[in-house]
Design a protein around this ligand. Structure first.
Ligand SMILES: [Fe+2]
Ligand SMILES: [Fe+2]
Length: 195
């Protein structure tokens, strides 16, 4: 099995194990970590695609990566920007460091969303018409994107969310869990109710 196919399977396996509604109520940040794991597997897939350039890119794997870049990726950013960050900013004990961290995260989100859209377009064009795409440019775009996103996820997991956990009170964390569940149900995302 090629490295791209192996990473494609890893991505599907990660996506198939969302936390249950009870787990999200118990720890809302568990849902964000679940989405971060999916994105880390997407980054692994993008790296395998970059390594396969110029002639070994699997169209099936590239199309799956494009699908994630166009759906799951903006979905995660929307969840953080529209649901998680407003709840954290409204917390009674929010401090300056958390406020600054959220501002930085939102700036990175805006830049990374644009890059993801451009990357999806370039990857699609490359697969559809090999002659039309420049492999060097695509490789540069792929590596720039997955390196930035890996760094962003590590920063959120090691700084932003621990800062939020230590500043936000228990009742507000409960409210965050309910807000995430409501958002997931409204956007038709799969949530296991039990087990
Ligand atoms: Fe983020
Ligand atoms: Fe995130």
């Amino acid at each position: 099995m090629s490295e791209q196919m192996r990473q494609r399977e890893n991505l599907a396996a990660a996506a198939n194990h969302p936390p249950t509604a009870a787990e999200i109520r118990h720890d809302p940040f568990a849902y964000l970590s679940y989405e971060h794991v999916i994105e880390e597997r997407l980054c692994d897939l993008l790296e395998a695609i970059a390594d396969a350039l110029p002639d070994g890119v699997s169209p099936v794997c590239a199309k799956l990566a494009v699908d994630y870049l166009q759906s799951r990726f903006p979905g995660h950013i929307a969840l953080e920007n529209e649901i998680v960050f407003p709840v954290l900013k409204a917390a009674r004990s929010v401090n300056l460091s958390l406020g600054h961290a959220i501002k930085q995260a939102m700036q990175e989100h805006a830049a990374d969303e644009d890059t993801a859209a451009e990357l999806a377009e370039a990857l699609t064009a490359f697969v559809d018409d090999r002659e039309a795409g420049d492999a060097n440019v695509l490789g540069y775009m792929l590596r720039g994107f997955f390196e930035q996103r890996r760094r962003h996820i590590v920063w959120e997991e090691s700084l932003l969310y621990p800062l939020a956990r230590s500043n936000v009170e228990a009742a507000e964390v409960d409210g965050l869990g309910e807000s995430i569940l409501h958002y997931l149900m409204q956007s038709n995302r799969i949530v296991r109710v039990s087990g």
